[in-house]
Design a binder for this molecule. Structure first.
Ligand code: NDP
Ligand code: HSE
Length: 431
C-alpha cells in the first residue's frame, strides 16, 4: 500500500501466550492493518528472556532480542506483554519518556501503578492503552472510558476471572470438590501451577480496581478492594445454593455507596435466572448499570492467546491512528475522586447456613439474635443434619442487611450455645 507516512515502529515486549499471538497476527494481517491505520505497522523487534525458546507461533528468529531497552528506544509504539510489576513498570516508563505510546495487558501493573503511569503519559502527551487488562477479548475498558463517558454508572458487576469461573462451574456440574476441580483446571491449562492469584481473588481484585476507577472517575487503589477467594467454597454450599435456585460465582462488584464507592470481590449467590448465571466455563462477563443506558452486559473470552491478542491489536490500531494524527490523547478522568469505602458500608442479602441443636426454642433464640442486630429474615429452611447427631441444618435467607451488622450477628451466632457451627455465610446479589 502507498502511504505518505513512514512505517510506525512497533516493539513487542514478551512472546508468551499473548505476545506470540500478537506478533503472528501483526505479521499475517499487516496489509489489512496498514489500510485501517493509514500507515504500515512494522514489528521492529520482540524482547524476551530466552531468544532461542520455541514459541506458540512461527515467528522470524531475526526479530528476537534480549535487549529490551534498545528496542524500546527505537520504537513509536511499545506493547508490553511480559506481565508482573518489574521490569514492566520501568520499561513502560522508559517508553513513555522516550515519546512512545504504550499498550499493555498487565492488570496487576495497571491496578497497582496505573494512576502514576497514566499521569506520566498525560504529561508527555502520550497514550497508555490497556483494553486487554480486564476481560481479555471483551471490550470493556473502552466502553467505560469512552462510550459511557456521558452517562452516570451506578454499578459494575462481573465475572472477571475465567479460572475461578471454570472451577466453580465444574464443582456445580460434576459435584467435584474444590481441589479436584482446581487440579482439572491446571491440567487443562486454565489455572497456573501456582493458582494463588486466581483462586484467592487477587487477579479479580486488580480488575475490580481498574473497573471502579474508570466507572466512577476516581483513583481506586487495589488495596481498597475487599477480597475473598473461592478456596473455602465447598460442594455442599454449591448444592444448597442450587436447590434454592442459585449458583455460586466469584463476582467483582463496584458500586456507588453514599458519597463514595465500594469495590469488592467474593463468592456470591446469584439467581439461576440472572444473565451472569449463564456464564459457564472459563468465560467472563461484565454487567454495567448506568443511569440512562440502563443495564448492559459484555460477554466473551476473558483469556487465551488469540482472544487477548484481539484486544491488544484493537489498542494498537487506535494508538497508531493517534500517532499519525498527533495531539493529546484520551486520558482517564479521576475528577470525581470518590472515596473507596470499606465493605462494611454495603447493604446486601445473605444466605447463612447453620448447624444447630434440634431442640425446642432454638429457632426462637436464633431469630432473636437476628432481630437484635437489625437483620431481617426472609426465609428459613430446616433439614436434618446428615451427621444424625440430633442436629438440624438451617438455611436462612435475609432481606437487605448491612454488612457490618451481619458481621456482628455472625460473631454472636458463633458464641450461641445452641449453634454447633456456622457452616457458611455468603452474599446474595442480582435479585
Ligand atoms: P507469559 O508468561 O506466557 O509470557 C511472558 C513473556 O514475557 C515471555 O515471552 C517471557 O520471555 C517474557 N518475559 C518475562 N519476563 C521478562 C523479562 N524480564 N525480560 C524479557 N522478557 C520477559 O504471559 P502471558 O502472555 O500469559 O501474559 C502476558 C500479559 O498479558 C500479562 O500481563 C497477563 O496478565 C496479561 N493477560 C494474559 C492473558 C492470558 O490469557 N494469558 C489474558 C489477559 C491478560 P521468555 O518466553 O523468553 O521467558
Ligand atoms: N488468570 C486470568 C483468568 C487470565 O483466569 O481469568 C486473564 O486475566
Amino acid at each position: 500500500m502507498q502511504s505518505a507516512y513512514r512505517p510506525i515502529r512497533v516493539a513487542l515486549l514478551g512472546a508468551g501466550s499473548v505476545g506470540a499471538q500478537v506478533a503472528r497476527l501483526l505479521l499475517e494481517n499487516s496489509e489489512e492493518l496498514a489500510k485501517r491505520v493509514g500507515a504500515e505497522l512494522e514489528l521492529s523487534g520482540i524482547a524476551v528472556r530466552d531468544t532461542k525458546a520455541k514459541r506458540s507461533a512461527d515467528l522470524p528468529a531475526k526479530l528476537f532480542t534480549d535487549d529490551a531497552e534498545s528496542l524500546i528506544l527505537s520504537s513509536d509504539i511499545v506493547i508490553e506483554l511480559i506481565g508482573g510489576i518489574e521490569p514492566a513498570r520501568s520499561w513502560i516508563t522508559l517508553a513513555l519518556n522516550s515519546g512512545a505510546d504504550v499498550i499493555t495487558a498487565n492488570k496487576a501493573l495497571i491496578a497497582a501503578h496505573g494512576p502514576e503511569l497514566l499521569e506520566l503519559a498525560e504529561q508527555l502527551g502520550a497514550q497508555l492503552y490497556y483494553e486487554a487488562a480486564v476481560g481479555g477479548a471483551i471490550p470493556i475498558i473502552r466502553p467505560l472510558r469512552e462510550s459511557l463517558a456521558g452517562d452516570r454508572i451506578n454499578r459494575v458487576m462481573g465475572i472477571v476471572n475465567g479460572t475461578t469461573n471454570y472451577i466453580l462451574d465444574q464443582m456445580e456440574s460434576t459435584g467435584a470438590d474444590f481441589q479436584d476441580a482446581l487440579s482439572e483446571a491446571q491440567e487443562l491449562g486454565y489455572a497456573e501451577a501456582d493458582p494463588t492469584a486466581d483462586v484467592e481473588g487477587f487477579d479479580a481484585a486488580s480488575k475490580a480496581a481498574i473497573l471502579a476507577s474508570l466507572a466512577f472517575h476516581s483513583e481506586v487503589a487495589v488495596e481498597k478492594v475487599h477480597r475473598e477467594g473461592i478456596t473455602s467454597v465447598n460442594a455442599l454450599q454449591i448444592e444448597t445454593a442450587r436447590q434454592a435456585g442459585y449458583t455460586v460465582k466469584l463476582l467483582a462488584i463496584c458500586e456507588r455507596v453514599g458519597d463514595g464507592l465500594v469495590a469488592r470481590v467474593h463468592p456470591t449467590l446469584i439467581p439461576l435466572s440472572h444473565p451472569l448465571a449463564a456464564v459457564r466455563g472459563a468465560y467472563n462477563a461484565v454487567f454495567v448499570e448506568a443511569e440512562s443506558a440502563g443495564r448492559l452486559m459484555f460477554y466473551g473470552a476473558g483469556a487465551g492467546g488469540p482472544e487477548t491478542a484481539s484486544a491488544v491489536l484493537g489498542d494498537l490500531v487506535s494508538a497508531a491512528k493517534r500517532h499519525l494524527a498527533g495531539g493529546p490523547g484520551i486520558s482517564d478522568s479521576t475528577h470525581a475522586n470518590l472515596e473507596a469505602l470499606p465493605v462494611q458500608r454495603v447493604n446486601t442479602r445473605f444466605q447463612i447456613t447453620l448447624e444447630v441443636d434440634d431442640q425446642p426454642g432454638v429457632l426462637a433464640s436464633i431469630a432473636k439474635e437476628f432481630a437484635s442486630h437489625g437483620v431481617s429474615v426472609e426465609t428459613v429452611a430446616q433439614s436434618a443434619s446428615s451427621d444424625g447427631n440430633n442436629a438440624a441444618l438451617l438455611t436462612i435467607m435475609t432481606h437487605m442487611a448491612n454488612e457490618g451488622d451481619l458481621e456482628e450477628l455472625v460473631a454472636k451466632l458463633e458464641k450461641n450455645a445452641s449453634v454447633l457451627r456456622v457452616n457458611s455465610v455468603i452474599r446474595v446479589e442480582g435479585i
